[in-house]
Design a protein around this ligand. Structure first.
Ligand code: F6R
Length: 368
């Protein structure tokens, strides 16, 4: 059942191209993005004037990634909130608010309570969920299922990538309803998403060097992760994977914050993983990150750089270079997250831990 793999998680990492393809399938019909279930009118969707994404853990990170795309495509303000914080604040919600609840299990207590709170204030709720008929989609006005297949490993991998893709479909559906994207633009964005399973497959074919690096890093005390723009939530996700699997201190930072504190942590030999943007897509951000890497390298950090293949400018500053294929900027998290999953799993295995069942964690957190 593990398909020849030692752990479900390793099998699930390999399944990511299929998880993405299956999540996209059937959602672009006759030139339009379609959801799985829609119990609100198209007019209601058109009238949305604000979006909240509420979720926990990795699902929350998928929302942080999607914020960049949804704001860009829909020109609506998007706030991404931890479900456990959202429900105990007093968020400003009304019938023109769309709350997107992202949950693999569809049973996470905090996320469920967050949507109940939202619905009580007349907000519309759209669930992105990997489990058919779970409580969160049952209590939502619209549903888009991720078709990652059952995820057994406690640490989310293929469901996370599928959540990003599904969140993007939600963004395109809103853009289409509002007319902020023309039909041909929606079609082009969808086609770019459809190219991602092949890109992820390419990443998977090159991860042996990441595995070797993981074994080398097994005795590290801590690992830092830096990223900017969509690379920032990827850094957070890389750090979360490493904490939960390898029980190692790990933190993700927005690279622009480096000088505001985290640079004080840099010391000789500290591994720092940097998620680079494309040199072509975001030249300004790329240049700023190159400067960040040179600063931390000068202070003795061991730089582990995830960069687009052929990115020569970053090479002199990368003690270890992990190359990923060139893809559009907003889609980079789908390729750059994969080496971080592999890295965390390999460090954990080298430390002798069961990566399917990290200590103290449950697959579905049904208590608050
Ligand atoms: C991390 C992880 C958790 C879940 C979180 C939300 O690898 O698996 O952080 O992402 O508990 O779970 P769902 O998506 O089921 O609501």
């Amino acid at each position: 059942e593990k398909g020849g793999h030692e752990y479900f998680m390793l099998k699930e990492i390999e399944e990511q191209p299929d998880a993405l393809a299956n999540t996209l399938r059937g959602h672009f019909v006759d030139g339009r993005i379609v959801l799985d279930e829609q119990r609100v009118s198209d007019q209601d969707l058109r009238d949305v004037d604000k979006v909240f994404v509420v979720a926990c853990g990795s699902a929350y990170h998928s929302g942080l990634v999607a914020k960049y795309a949804i704001e860009h495509w829909t020109r609506l303000p998007v706030e991404v909130e931890l479900a456990s914080e959202f429900r105990y604040r007093d968020p400003v919600l009304d019938r023109a608010t769309l709350v997107v609840a992202v949950s693999q299990s569809g049973e996470t207590a905090d996320t469920l309570e967050a949507i109940r709170h939202a619905r009580a204030q007349k907000a519309r709720v759209l669930a992105v969920c990997n489990t058919n008929g779970a409580q969160i989609p049952r209590e939502s006005d619209a549903v888009l299922y991720t078709h990652a297949g059952p995820e057994i490993g406690v640490a989310s991998t293929k469901a996370f990538l599928a959540q990003i893709a599904a969140n993007y479909l939600v963004g395109l559906a809103i853009a289409q309803a509002r007319g902020t994207k023309y039909a041909d633009e929606v079609a082009r964005e969808f086609a770019e998403l459809e190219a991602m399973p092949a890109a992820v497959k390419q990443v998977l074919s090159t991860v042996d060097t990441v595995r070797a690096l993981g074994r080398e890093l097994a005795d590290s005390k801590a690992v830092l992760f830096l990223g900017r723009h969509v690379g920032y939530p990827v850094a957070l996700e890389g750090a979360l994977k490493l904490k939960e699997l390898a029980y190692m201190h790990a933190e993700g930072f927005a690279a622009g914050e480096l000088k505001h504190g985290p640079i004080a942590l840099i010391e000789d030999g500290l591994p720092v993983v940097v998620v680079m943007p494309s040199p072509k897509g975001r030249a300004v951000l790329h240049a700023k990150l190159v400067s960040n890497i040179s600063e931390i390298q000068a202070r003795g950090a061991r730089t582990i750089v995830i960069a687009e293949e052929g990115d020569e400018t970053v090479r002199p500053f990368a003690d270890e270079l992990i190359e990923v294929p060139a893809v559009p900027t907003l889609l980079q998290p789908l390729v750059s997250t994969v080496p971080l999953q592999v890295l965390a799993a390999e460090i954990a295995r080298a430390r002798g831990y069961d990566v399917d069942k990290p200590r103290n964690l449950a697959k579905s957190v049904t208590v608050e």
